[in-house]
Design a protein around this ligand. Structure first.
Ligand code: HEC
Length: 147
C-alpha cells in the first residue's frame, strides 16, 4: 500500500519535472531575442535619430539615456528604472517633464518582463547617436554641452 503511494508520487514528480524542462525550452526563443532587435522593432520608430528636429514625435534615445544616467548612474538602478517605466509609462514618474509636456506621455507597450530588462540593459550599454540639432538644443536647455 505504502509502496503503491510512493510510486504514484514519484511518477507525478517525474511528470512535473518533464513539464518544467519543456516549458524552459519552449520559452528560450523569446529571451534569446537580443536588446538590439527589440529596440529596432519597438522603440526606433519614435526614438530614432532620423526625424529632423521639428518633425520628431519623441526625444531621441541619447536624450532619454542622459536623463536616466544622471539620476541613476549605476547599471542596476538604471535598468530597474527603465524597466519600470516600460511596465507602465506614467506622468507621475517621468524624469523628462519637458518631453511629456511637448509630446504627451509615451503610450504603453506590450512587452514581457524579460524583454523590458533586455531593452534597459541594451540602452545602458549602447552609445546612441546624437542627432545634429541635439547639441544646440541641450546647450539651450542646460547651459552646457551634452556629455
Ligand atoms: C509611439 C512612440 C513611442 C514609442 C514606440 C516608444 N516611445 Fe518612449 N517615449 C515616447 C515619448 C513621446 C516620450 C516622451 C514623453 C514621456 O516621457 O512620456 C517617451 C519617453 C521615453 C522615456 C523617458 C521616460 C520619462 O519621461 O522619464 C523612456 C525611458 C522611453 N521612452 C523608453 C522607450 C523604449 C525603451 C521604447 C521601446 C521599447 C520606447 N520608449 C518606445 C514615445 C515612444
Amino acid at each position: 500500500m505504502v509502496e503503491q503511494i510512493n510510486r504514484t508520487i514519484i511518477i507525478h514528480l517525474f511528470t512535473l519535472l518533464t513539464a518544467l524542462i519543456l516549458t524552459a525550452f519552449l520559452s528560450l526563443p523569446t529571451s534569446a531575442e537580443d536588446g538590439s532587435t527589440l529596440f529596432k522593432d519597438n522603440c526606433e520608430s519614435c526614438h530614432g535619430t532620423k526625424a529632423r528636429g521639428p518633425d520628431r514625435v519623441a526625444p531621441p534615445m541619447v536624450a532619454v539615456k542622459n536623463h536616466y544616467l544622471s539620476e541613476y548612474p549605476s547599471e542596476e538602478k538604471f535598468v530597474a528604472a527603465i524597466a519600470d517605466w516600460l511596465k507602465k509609462p506614467d506622468h507621475g514618474k517621468t524624469l523628462m517633464p519637458g518631453a511629456v509636456q511637448r509630446f504627451g506621455v509615451m503610450p504603453p507597450l506590450e512587452l514581457e518582463p524579460d524583454a523590458r530588462r533586455d531593452l534597459a540593459k541594451y540602452i545602458y550599454t549602447t552609445d546612441f547617436q546624437m542627432p545634429g540639432w541635439y547639441r544646440e538644443h541641450f546647450r539651450k536647455e542646460h547651459g552646457k554641452d551634452p556629455q
